[in-house]
Ligand binder design. Structure first.
Ligand SMILES: Cc1ncc(C[n+]2csc(CCOP(=O)(O)OP(=O)(O)O)c2C)c(N)n1
Ligand SMILES: [Mg+2]
Length: 268
């Protein structure tokens, strides 16, 4: 076993539930490297909802709350308020976070509560067999949109930015080094940090949405679509159609943080 895995993985929970070629394992790998580099393992309070993505923290041998579908942010809010010294982090999926959990998301962003949310976006409800999600591309076929998806996908980064998140970033599983550095920055930011991670699901999205038979085709597609924010700034809107813009998309340091506001009000 790799020394990082040896140090931090909950071995009694292995094997993981991830299918071969799933991107969620890469996110776990990058997360553990970021935690190791920041040396914050003892302060972790990990929270997740339900879905393949929500299983990610279960394989970490720290304090973990694997809760109910769509409600991870509600549990995480309670945890952070009751123990502000914890480094609270949420692992959630596109369905868990912006489908059933969308309302919790906008209010957590509005409060600017100090936590980091990792939304693992495979553009589908992976765990339950490939139903359409709020980030499934328009026109795409899924198990519940056999004629094509009639809805446009949500721009979740724009959503949380407008709701009040103070650190918003996007990374993909095909650029792990960039993701590790990005995860560290998001964790170090005080306030509500939202990290949108494009993570491939060859089993459902690859098969139904993209008609692909191999995970490597899917990974290549993500690599071809990705462009850093710095490079994107030199391109026209037309040239950026269908591109995945990566990097820190929004950062703001002048909004009060929720737990600090609560404690100020209590003291007054
Ligand atoms: C209240 C409730 N509704 C529906 C479900 C069924 N369910 C479990 S996971 C899931 C979707 C998960 O999708 P996502 O959050 O995108 O995670 P992924 O598996 O794709 O990583 C659904 C609908 C549930 N467990 N609880
Ligand atoms: Mg999903």
């Amino acid at each position: 076993m790799h020394p990082i895995a040896e140090k931090y993985i909950r071995k009694s929970a292995l094997p993981t539930i991830f299918c071969p070629g799933c991107g969620h394992g890469t996110v776990l790998n990058c997360f553990l490297r970021a935690v190791d580099q920041l040396d914050i393992f003892d302060t972790l309070g990990l929270v997740s909802g339900i879905g393949c993505s929500s299983w990610t923290p279960v394989f970490v041998n720290s304090d973990v709350m694997h809760t109910v579908h769509g409600r991870a942010l509600a549990f995480a809010t309670g945890l952070k308020v009751s123990n502000p010294r914890l480094n609270v982090m949420v692992f959630t999926g596109d369905g868990d976070c912006i489908g059933i959990g969308g309302n919790h998301l906008i209010h957590a962003a509005r409060r600017n509560i100090d936590m980091t949310v990792f939304m693992l976006d495979n553009a589908i409800y992976g765990m339950t067999g490939g139903q359409v999600s709020p980030t499934t591309p328009a026109d795409a076929k899924s198990q519940t949109t056999p004629y094509g998806n009639p809805e446009p996908p949500f721009d979740v980064c724009a959503l949380v930015t407008s709701a009040g998140a103070t650190h918003v970033a996007r990374y993909t599983t095909v650029q792990p080094r960039t993701m590790i550095n990005g995860i560290k920055k998001a964790i170090e930011h005080k306030g509500f940090s939202f990290v949108h991670i494009i993570s491939q699901c060859p089993t459902q999205t690859g098969r139904y949405v993209y008609g692909m038979t191999k995970p490597d085709e899917y990974v290549r597609m993500i690599r071809e679509q990705s462009i850093s924010l710095t490079a994107a700034e030199k391109r026209s809107t037309e040239e950026l159609k269908g591109k995945i813009i990566t990097g820190i998309l929004h950062e703001c340091g002048d909004r009060p943080e929720f737990v600090e506001t609560l404690s100020r009000l209590r003291r007054a």
